[in-house]
Design a protein around this ligand. Sequence first.
Ligand code: NAG
Ligand code: NAG
Ligand code: NAG
Length: 255
Amino acid sequence: MRVAAVAASLWLTMVAARPHDNGFEPAKLAYYPAPENNGLGVGVLVVPGGGYSHVSLDREGRNSTTYLNAKGYDAWVLNYSVAETAPTPLYPVPLEEALGAIRYIRGQNKAKVEKLGIWGYSAGGHLAAITVTNPDADLDFGILTYPVISMDAAITHEGSRVNLLGDNPPRGLVERMSAENRVTSHTPPIFVYHSANDATVPVENTLRFVNALTVKSRPYQALILPDGAHGIALALDDPQRNWSSELDRFLTYSI
Ligand SMILES: *[C@@H]1O[C@H](CO)[C@@H](O)[C@H](O)[C@H]1NC(C)=O
Ligand SMILES: *[C@@H]1O[C@H](CO)[C@@H](O)[C@H](O)[C@H]1NC(C)=O
Ligand SMILES: *[C@@H]1O[C@H](CO)[C@@H](O)[C@H](O)[C@H]1NC(C)=O
């Protein structure tokens, strides 16, 4: 109960705040500070999924902040523009919001956050993958949970593609918005989780991204489990699918 009350009040505080200089509205960001400053100086921007149609603020957002706070990390959840709340096609608005959020977090927490990562789920995983491969974001790591990676019609999540890019996006835009084409020698360490039989976002999305990271010799840790529905989030209470110990390993040794 206490956690829920604190979380609700943070959203309201942020809603009351004025827009920031760079055009980013702080109301789009909810801050979940680490209960104690453990001196690690790690912060994570969480980008929940929802097919660019809605934002899974509780199941994928709140649960991630609980996990991160328990490790002594500061966490933020981005309530980005989606089809339910903004005109479609959404491009480039969610990308600008993610970059704006990163600038805002850095601006407000200079002394506190030494390493900043991004953690995206599904369509939010697409937004996270596009952002973590953007050199302007200058992020320290990325976590991708059953991500949409590609806008290639052959393997993408169709609803996410239509909401973000429209029904007949130009080929150049499709290529630029396919994260597998954006990996460079500057892409920071990546953790990725996917289920091999994900029926909503094909595992090929993760395979293509991991292949691109391999080609560019970038560090990554990938976990693919044989069975798990799309949207299982952290699956902390499911012994067969709980993947948090692998994420622990990544955060301990790879960032
Ligand atoms: C958080 O995860 C737990 C266990 O996976 C789940 O039972 C719960 O519904 C999730 N919380 C929210 C707010 O979705
Ligand atoms: C998320 O953003 C939408 C659209 O701006 C808004 O209607 C909704 O209240 C926001 N949710 C929270 C929890 O702030
Ligand atoms: C899930 O993994 C965490 C360690 O990362 C562990 O503490 C927890 O007990 C596990 N839960 C289940 C149901 O296996």
